[in-house]
Design a protein around this ligand. Sequence first.
Ligand code: ATP
Length: 350
Amino acid sequence: MNVSVRHVTKGFGATPVLKDISLEIRDRELFFLLGPSGCGKTTLLRLIAGFYQPEEGGVFFGDRPMNGVPPHQRNTGMVFQNYALWPHLTVAENVAYGLDVRRFSAAKKKQRVAETLGIVQMENLADRSPNQLSGGQQQRVALARALVIRPDVLLLDEPLSNLDAKLRLEMREEIRRIHEQTRITTIYVTHDQKESLSLADRLAVLHDGVVEQVGEPRAVYGAPANRFVADFIGETNWLPGDVETASAEGARLRTEFGRLLAEGKPGLAPGQAVWIGFRPEAARIGTDEVNVLRCRINRVTYLGEIEEYELALSATATIKAFEQNPLAIRRPGAELAVHVRPQNLFVMPR
Ligand code: ATP
């Protein structure tokens, strides 16, 4: 089922929370709504579920307008952050609940519950009560309860945020597997960029009630639309500069730390003031023919798989660089050159 959100506006009292949001979520897609706390992602998810109505614009499931359709008639399954399981019902009864409301026969219900507990690999714990389950197992039951009705759209609101780091990774893989198996159109809300980069077919970055960018994880990480997206998804070093020359192939940029070449970047004009950005992992140790920055090491942080450096370009400008599997131990105070490939530079108007 494809889901269209068209020019949706929603506020609470005088505060606008969603400001003219439009999104096209494709059939069978695992789509992420990603953004910082308060950006409006839960409000948008609840609006798609039917708990809120938009003030302007509309939500469509396929060609069917959903404005005015109550939640229980939308055929969506929802999973909440806190699981919201019934403590007095067993696992199987919790999962069957959505079918009771839909008046399934006893035999059909039993079969469907067993099938769905199979999908989340919980068939052996069907008779347990929720308080006899671990957090990860409770989350599986919550998923089963949402899946049992065979929803057209699955809505997940920060489903892993109550789990510890290791379980979160495990359940991430589970959600990927379940989505691959069921191929239900899924809309997943999170503020965790790693979760969205690792799982999403496509993602939308929201900020202050506005969609900043939509795309596949690699496209958004590799070519963020603006500084907000670049800083929210991953880390970015920024240097102020000016455009010296610009052509279809690339731009020559002037900075107080030397000249930099950027590949591509249409739409730049000579003389334009810009921010030049690059990821810490794009800063490669050593010199090259172009884009060399000469620095002094301020700080070295050992993180196991990588060494993280804070490097001073001047008395006030610092950048961050990562080195994978370092051979030498580098010390603060030492000089170090790094270079950045022209295709790894972001250039944004200043
Ligand atoms: P979080 O990750 O913290 O849940 P979010 O991006 O999901 O954040 P929303 O829950 O959609 O954000 O909230 C967006 C804004 O709307 C916030 O400023 C919040 O305080 C406000 N808000 C949300 N629900 C209501 C409500 N029922 N009444 C009044 N204000 C609300």
